[in-house]
Every structure is written in structure tokens, then in C-alpha cells.
Design a protein around this ligand. Structure first.
Ligand code: FE2
Length: 285
């Protein structure tokens, strides 16, 4: 399942995204969910680090009270919470919300998708792919937030463009009801509309935006429901979004971003920076 046919490659180049059903088995999905359950059970997030995650510009900037927690998450497991999980004192609101949606950086080397991802990257012709980030997204029932239209390269900027690729693995069915992905097919060919850049060290807020996201025509978005175990390839510049999860089912996903490191400059202005202790790890081992 990890090798692409020429028609699949062509479809990805045309649309900027591609669905590969059956990338992981149901058992592999369950194993990843169990592992993340253990990590969550043991998590310890100090109150001043309880950051709500948002892709909305104003909310992103407001959320920078714990800037260091966010900006230093490149080589650590960090937890980010769904909007509305905390009350005004910064405490969790009771048993309904302690589950609060979180995104968790997680070492790629420790999950079953790695070998398949390597084969897939080779199939895409990547020479030196490195893993720039990974996340576990819960999209919890009733509170899983809307992800506003965006291009991943706005946050993961490279020169030249076209070197960032998302691999998004559904660990549960992603449906119209629980917040599947929506794409504008073919929107990956016109560069990026805005960029999130780091402010000089010690400034607040820690990031700002150059440019702005256009008011995308909602009718251009195509819903992409997938079954548990499916992988969705996401070009770094394709415009995508997901709606709020108002259903009573979560939409758990493991996702990571690769950069073709050969001949590519990772912007030193990106919020996410590799560290001396942990440079972006190569996918091929
Ligand atoms: Fe995205």
C-alpha cells in the first residue's frame, strides 16, 4: 500500500492531496491509540503551560502567554488544549473537559507507520526527507475545534517552496460529522498567502504573521471523509481545513510533516526550529 502508482502520483500532483485507504490495519491503529493513552495518562502540564491550540490568527497571537512552551516544542512532547477547556482561573472545567483536545509531539521512530512512510516517501521520489514535526490530534467529541483554512507552509516555510509534505493518518473514521479534512483541489500551485514568523528573542508575542489568509470561497472545498487506517498525503501549499466536531465520536489522527532536505533551506524565521541536541531526524534509517 505504500508504493504509489503513476496515476496516484499524477492525482497528487494535480490536486495537492491524495487519499490512501488501508495504509494501516485496524490493529495498528488501536496499538497507536493505546500508546497515546498511556502518554496522556502520565502527562503533567504545569498550569502556566496550559496552552490552547488554535489555527485562527488572532487566537494564535493571544495564546502566546506561554510562548516558550509553544516555541520550544520542536524536540519535546508538548500538550496543547482545545479552546474552552479551561475556565477563567486556568483550571480544567470538570470531567467533561479534562479529556480536552490535545496535540502531542511524538517521536516518529516509535510508531508502526514509520516503515510504510519510508516506502511512501521513496515512491514520491524524496531523496533526504527529514521529520520536522509530529502531532497526535484527538478532535474530541463535542469540543474538537474548527481548523480554519490554511496552508501548512505558512507555518513550515522553506525556500524553495514545495518541499514540505504532510502525512495524516486516520486512527478512527474521519467523517463529515466528526470533522474530516476539506481541501481546495489544485490550490497548491500559487505560493503561500501568509507566513507565521518568529519575533526577536524575548519579544511578546513570540510570533507574528506576514500577509493574510484570503477569504476562500467555501464552495471550493471538497470534503475528504476517510476510513480508519487511511493516510492522506498533504502538499505543503494546498489549502485545507476541518470543521468543528459536534458529534459524539472523536476523530483521532496521527500526523507528521516531512521536508525534502536536499537543496532546501528551512526558514530561520519559522516558529519551529531544530535544536543542536535534536536536529530534524532523517526519515530514512
Ligand atoms: Fe494543516
Amino acid at each position: 500500500m505504500a508504493c504509489l502508482s503513476s496515476s496516484q502520483l499524477q492525482k497528487f500532483r494535480e490536486d495537492g492531496f491524495l487519499v490512501l485507504e488501508g495504509f494501516l490495519s485496524a490493529e495498528e491503529c488501536v496499538a497507536m491509540q493505546q500508546r497515546i493513552g498511556k502518554i496522556v495518562a502520565e502527562m503533567d502540564v504545569p498550569p502556566h503551560c496550559r496552552t490552547e491550540f488554535s489555527t485562527h490568527e488572532e487566537e494564535q497571537l493571544r495564546a502566546q502567554g506561554s510562548t516558550d512552551y509553544f516555541l520550544s516544542s520542536g524536540d519535546k512532547i508538548r500538550f496543547f488544549f482545545e479552546k474552552g477547556v479551561f475556565d477563567e482561573k486556568g483550571l480544567e472545567r470538570g470531567p467533561q473537559s479534562w479529556r480536552g483536545d490535545m496535540e502531542i509531539s511524538w517521536s516518529l521512530q516509535r510508531n508502526p507507520s514509520t516503515k510504510l512512510a519510508m516506502a511512501l516517501a521513496r515512491s514520491l521520489g524524496l531523496q533526504m526527507p527529514v521529520v520536522v514535526q509530529s502531532m497526535y490530534i484527538f478532535k474530541q467529541p463535542h469540543i474538537g475545534g474548527e481548523v480554519f483554512p490554511h496552508q501548512d507552509a505558512s507555518f513550515l516555510y522553506t525556500e524553495p517552496l514545495g518541499r514540505v509534505l504532510g502525512m495524516w493518518i486516520a486512527l478512527e473514521d474521519a467523517t463529515l460529522e466528526n470533522g474530516c479534512l476539506w481541501f481546495i483541489p489544485g490550490s497548491h500551485t500559487s505560493g503561500v498567502s501568509r507566513r507565521m514568523v518568529r519575533a526577536p528573542a524575548g519579544s511578546a508575542p513570540g510570533t507574528s504573521f506576514l500577509g493574510s489568509e484570503p477569504a476562500w470561497d467555501n464552495s471550493l472545498f471538497v470534503p475528504t471523509p476517510v476510513r480508519r487506517g487511511a493516510l492522506v498525503l498533504i502538499h505543503g501549499e494546498v489549502v485545507h481545513k476541518s470543521k468543528q466536531n459536534l458529534s459524539d465520536r472523536s476523530r483521532q489522527v496521527y500526523t507528521f510533516h516531512l521536508m525534502e532536505a536536499s537543496g532546501t533551506t528551512w526558514s530561520p524565521e519559522n516558529w519551529l526550529q531544530p535544536t543542536a541536541e535534536l536536529p530534524f531526524p532523517p526519515l530514512y534509517t
